[in-house]
Design a protein around this ligand. Structure first.
Ligand SMILES: *Cc1c(COP(=O)(O)O)cnc(C)c1O
Length: 360
């Protein structure tokens, strides 16, 4: 097997090696049953146990109370941009949205197709380099919910503290779910595509308070209703079996490594090392304002686009992969999710020092 490189990709992203090794075995022969994991019927008792275990672990790790349903859906986080307003709003109703980046903006667009999105805050004019603090915006008194994106993957900003509102919160946690502890009770709904911090592409986890399941207008199609999936434990139709299985393995790995609390501590340490490097020089400049910095995606620029291209190319040759920033802001981005090892951050910092010396 070739040595593993350090994969800084924003998503699909690096997964724990133990998980990959286990999956490679199970794909060929699951639990010594003489049948591969991805050949199993989703209604077989073997696969039902896999799905049950994944849900149980997720509930345990996130301390999800019984009055919330955990759903494993398809269509990616992007489908949730539409499903959320379709299920939670009727015509003539509205919700407030915090526009902190591309993913929030896309959600606002979908909400406006269905009902009305009131944009309570936008950081677009400053290239989405920060998230608002409590009190910097007001939620529409008529809003049914307040929607925000906890971590803005593209810009490298994150809500260190979640918004406080009398309205229920709805959150896209695609790129920081399971990275830190939080209290889910103020939330009506949380969703996350798995491919950033939780597993492979193909499954989107939706956590919804059960009293919201009956809100959807009768015109919402069957597959797009949360209730359809909640009533059948995400087995209304064939679920994304493989992706659910990997989410289960990742949760198991997380639990064995100290759970969310330990992850949070490690994530803070990893990010501090990298931001410390950025702050120690003028050669690298962070994109995000200091108090909005993400622990998951570290965005930065070099003195010129040419140097950035050279930096990314040379880093790639040293096995530091996936550092190119998103096309909408350019520059560099190091995504250091739960499964990204501390040694990789140290290797990047070492490379950054050498690159600066050689090019300044
Ligand atoms: C990646 C990402 C999305 C889009 O996810 P898809 O599963 O590709 O639709 C949405 N929101 C956030 C915060 C993301 O990081």
């Amino acid at each position: 097997m070739p040595d593993r490189i350090f994969n800084f990709s924003p998503g699909p992203a690096t997964l724990p090696q133990e998980v990959l090794v286990q999956a490679a075995k199970d794909i060929v022969n699951f639990n010594n049953k003489g049948i591969g994991l991805i050949e199993l019927s989703h209604r077989s008792k073997e696969f039902m146990a896999v799905a049950d275990e994944a849900e149980k672990l997720l509930r345990e790790l996130m301390a999800i109370p019984d009055n919330y349903k955990v759903l494993f859906l398809q269509g990616g986080a992007s489908t949730q941009f539409a499903m959320v307003p379709m299920n939670l709003l009727s015509k003539g109703q509205k919700a407030s949205y915090l526009n902190t980046g591309t993913w929030a903006k896309k959600a606002i667009k979908e909400a406006n197709l269905i009902a009305e999105a009131h944009v309570a805050y936008s950081s677009e004019e400053s290239s989405f380099n920060h998230v608002p603090k409590n009190g910097e915006y007001s939620v529409d008194p008529a809003a049914e919910y307040l929607y925000f994106v906890s971590n803005n993957t593209i810009y490298g900003t994150q809500f260190a503290e979640f918004p406080k509102s009398e309205k229920m919160l709805v959150c896209d946690m695609s790129s920081d779910i399971l990275s830190r502890k939080f209290d889910i009770k103020p939330f009506g709904l949380v969703f996350a595509g798995a491919q950033k911090n939780m597993g492979p592409a193909g499954v989107t986890v939706v956590i919804i308070r059960d009293d919201l399941l009956d809100r959807a207008p009768a015109t919402v199609p069957t597959m797009l209703r949360y209730k359809t999936h909640a009533d059948k434990d995400s087995m209304f139709n064939t679920p994304p079996c493989f992706a659910i299985y990997i989410v289960g393995l990742v949760c198991k790995w997380l639990k064995a490594n100290g759970g969310v609390e330990a992850m949070e501590k490690r994530n803070k340490e990893k990010a501090a090392i990298l931001y410390g490097m950025i702050d120690s020089t003028d050669f690298y400049r962070g994109h995000a304002q200091v108090d909005s910095r993400s622990l998951m995606n570290v965005t930065f620029n070099l003195p010129s686009p040419e140097l950035e291209a050279e930096f990314i190319a040379q880093a790639g040759k040293e096995g530091l992969d996936g550092l190119k920033g998103h096309r909408s802001i350019g520059g560099c981005r190091a995504s250091i999710y739960n499964a990204f090892p501390r040694e990789g951050v140290l290797a990047l910092v070492d490379f950054m020092k050498r690159f600066e010396k050689a090019n300044s």
